[in-house]
Design a protein around this ligand. Sequence first.
Ligand SMILES: C[S@@+](CC[C@H](N)C(=O)[O-])C[C@H]1O[C@@H](n2cnc3c(N)ncnc32)[C@H](O)[C@@H]1O
Length: 209
Amino acid sequence: MVKILEGFVARLTALGGGSGDSRDVYEDWAPTYERNLRQDYGYIAHRIAVAAFAERCIDQSIRILDLGCGTGLVGEELAARGFGHLDGLDISPRMLDEARGKQVYCDLLIGDMTRTIDLGGRTYGAAIGVGCFGGGHVGPEHLPEMIRCVRPGGLLVFYINAIPYEQDDYPSHFRSLEADGTWRVRLTEQSNYMQAIERPGWLVVANRT
Ligand SMILES: C[S@@+](CC[C@H](N)C(=O)[O-])C[C@H]1O[C@@H](n2cnc3c(N)ncnc32)[C@H](O)[C@@H]1O
């Protein structure tokens, strides 16, 4: 396992907070993404987020949208816990190709979460988004569009790298969204999501109101 950041992980980490376009990075990274993150860094963000999801959702037939699904690590983990109705959305066609190979998603949608998300009339009881926030990804200003993907009352579980979380003051955005009646945050909890290095992130559990 590595002890320092290198390659694609270093490139993306250098982007810090905000949002932006990382599509080309993921297009190049797609074939080696999982081997790189799991074997070299001991990536477990998908496992932390899905464990929290499964603790709060007993209905395994619920329709779930995996936001920024990438190669499908979250979908695979949800399927292993018995959740059978999963769709994924991502900006990178090559990441989606990898996800398709897992055969755990019903529909895989190409979409950009920094714009209006077109769900083609689909509605979801829950959504989960792991590792899709921060520089080169989506910013806190895009949360309302992500939250809109689930029905009122629907469960939302996010996992956010601590650098953008702190740089962009995500908690203040959470409070604004509570104040305007968009959602209710149930839990924010810090953990380390790469076992080979110190890599803190935040688990966020909420319900759309
Ligand atoms: C670090 S990966 C996480 C993938 C997966 N959730 C996981 O835990 O392995 C981030 C993913 O977000 C996607 N992404 C980045 N910006 C996006 C955007 N604006 N709209 C949709 N997906 C985006 C990338 O293509 C990539 O697949």
